[in-house]
Design a protein around this ligand. Structure first.
Ligand code: ATP
Length: 199
């Protein structure tokens, strides 16, 4: 599995549609200061569901939309598509190529899709869970992450190992089942109360 390409339109400094092709192995992005290199990794983080503007080096999420320059109008929407090679079937979906898209409008509305089928953010999270490419995964390593790993925060370190070991999905499903179980028990108690009253 590897990132094949990223398509950006209206995202940060990428006012016009831009496609960057990646290949297997290492891709190096070089350019002058302020030319938009980090905006590419921000776009990857964003399309994979990042919800914190701070993680995208901004104050508000709306700041990911191209804000205009002296000779170019601002845009009303940011759109990023990340195309992932899934020949090895690591992503649990029956496609050899998976395109994850996120759109955001100035109204604050966000849309997500997988291979052009509109979906929820939760579907994207589940798709990439335990593959290491999620926003909490270990494939996007920012400066903060390195200090997390070397710091004495055992919880942070544990999260990274759990993601690598592929158990986050099971932990999430277990928590979900426990929530359902406790709400079912509460319902059952209520039903028993009603039965008691009737009898
Ligand atoms: P450095 O080498 O200094 O780290 P860089 O190549 O990583 O720089 P980025 O930080 O990716 O550069 O890009 C910064 C540029 O993106 C700035 O010129 C900034 O004005 C522009 N930019 C960021 N957000 C927006 C936006 N919403 N609209 C327009 N331009 C934006």
């Amino acid at each position: 599995m590897y990132f094949k390409r990223i398509e950006m339109h209206g995202f940060k400094s990428f006012a016009e549609p831009v496609t960057i092709e990646f290949h297997r192995g290492i891709t190096c992005v070089v350019g002058p200061n302020g030319s938009g290199k980090s905006n590419i990794s921000d776009a990857i983080r964003w399309v994979l569901g990042e919800q914190s503007p701070k993680m995208l080096r901004g104050g508000k999420m709306e700041e990911v939309i191209f804000s205009g320059t002296a000779n170019r109008k601002s845009r009303g929407m940011a759109e990023v598509t990340l195309v992932i090679d899934n020949e090895e079937g690591i992503l649990p979906i029956d496609y050899n190529e998976v395109a994850i898209t996120r759109r955001m409008f100035r109204s604050g509305e966000s849309e997500y899709s997988i291979n052009n089928n509109q979906c929820r953010l939760r579907d994207i999270r589940e798709l990439i869970m335990d593959t290491g490419i999620g926003v909490d995964g270990y494939s996007l390593i920012g400066q903060g992450k390195i200090s997390d790993i070397v710091s004495n925060k055992t919880e942070s370190r544990r999260e990274i190992f759990e993601e690598a070991a592929g158990i986050v999905m099971y932990r999430t499903k277990k928590a979900e089942s426990e929530r359902k179980l406790s709400s079912t028990s509460a319902n059952l108690e209520r039903v028993n109360d009603i039965i008691g009253e009737i009898e």
